[in-house]
Design a protein around this ligand. Structure first.
Ligand code: MTE
Length: 307
């Protein structure tokens, strides 16, 4: 089977925005009334790609040099410096638990069976900064449908690679490795939930979670686990790394919620990376602006309790 995201297929960066006129996906920023093609500028030329609706996609530079990826160190600049050591090919994902067709699938086989889309999403980190990122990838629900979810499954657990020879941050116990995350099954099946393999039409850089990472745009960034090697369907709520480390600060749900403060800081506003040091902070939006699409998933739940 053919991997859709080989170098041959990726549109050269300088043509990318002209050709594809990226539109945000379902629920994306440019959807509906504020929709419109991005301006034809390249990611590395542009100080930012202007989007209708007053939001600007962050530059390639912002997106790929200011990262959280503790496997490569805890400073924002560590991933871009250290992640080149990671071998991302060959790569496979083991899918097990309550599925009809458990197995270890190569990334080529997985990607070739999926509909790859461009989606521009807001990305809100729990540290109260944000970006706007043009991803390529596919809906996680497509993959789960292909492996067949058994009726008893309620949650999806994810794990990142453990390879301390290449992931030098794993030589310290900052996180109980492997990094883990989890979603409720309905969150995982939601059409906004993506597995990303690219950014700005380029293969996803190592520091951003190559070769494949989760993107859940209505949740704080730490839910978007990088460099995934294992997916397990379970009937019990799985462990997630930040909750293991500091459960009072980081819950299982971690939905972006301006009304529920982090115990040590407010979540009411955010600093957009690239806005400049003295720019006005932006108000954080409920569910990061995806409220219409996802609020129904949490109907009747006390979001202060299920934070
Ligand atoms: N995934 C792994 N495996 N390890 C990590 O340290 N950091 C998380 C998340 N996924 C992290 C991870 C956090 S805290 C954030 S904010 C996002 O990745 C950052 O994604 P970005 O660097 O691509 O913006």
């Amino acid at each position: 089977m053919k991997n859709r995201l080989t170098a041959d297929d990726v549109t050269p960066k300088h043509l990318y925005l002209n050709r594809r006129q990226i539109m945000a996906g379902l629920g994306g920023i440019a959807a509906g009334s504020i929709g419109g093609p991005l301006m034809a500028r390249t990611p590395d030329q542009a100080p930012g790609v202007d989007m209708a609706g007053g939001e600007t996609a962050n530059t390639w530079e912002d997106i790929t040099t200011y990262n959280n990826f503790y496997e490569f160190g805890t400073a924002k600049s560590d991933p871009v410096e250290n992640a080149h050591r990671l071998t991302t090919s060959p790569w496979a994902i083991e899918i097990d638990g309550l599925v009809e067709r458990p197995g270890t699938y190569s990334i080529e086989d997985i990607v070739s069976g999926m509909t790859i889309e461009d989606r521009i999403y807001r990305f809100r980190c729990v540290e109260a900064w944000s970006m706007v990122i043009p991803w390529q990838g596919f809906e996680l629900g497509q993959l789960l449908e292909q492996v067949g979810v058994q009726s008893g499954a309620r949650y999806v657990a994810f794990q990142t690679l453990v390879r301390p020879e290449e992931m030098i941050g794993q030589n310290r116990a900052t996180v109980p490795w492997p990094y883990r995350e989890g979603l409720r099954l309905d969150e995982a099946m939601h059409p906004l939930t993506m597995m990303a393999t690219g950014i700005y039409g380029e293969t996803i850089p190592n520091q951003n979670g190559a070769p494949i990472r989760l993107v859940v745009p209505w949740k704080y960034g730490f839910k978007s686990i990088k460099s995934i090697v294992k997916i397990t369907l379970t009937d019990e709520q799985p462990e997630n790394s930040w909750n293991q480390i500091l459960s009072r600060e980081y819950g299982f749900y971690s939905n972006v919620n301006p009304q529920v403060d982090h115990p040590r800081w407010s979540q009411a506003s955010e600093r957009r990376i690239g806005d400049g040091l003295f720019a006005r902070r932006r108000d954080t939006l409920m569910f990061n602006g995806y409220e219409d699409e996802v609020a129904g998933l949490y109907e009747g739940m006390d979001l202060a309790e299920f934070y």
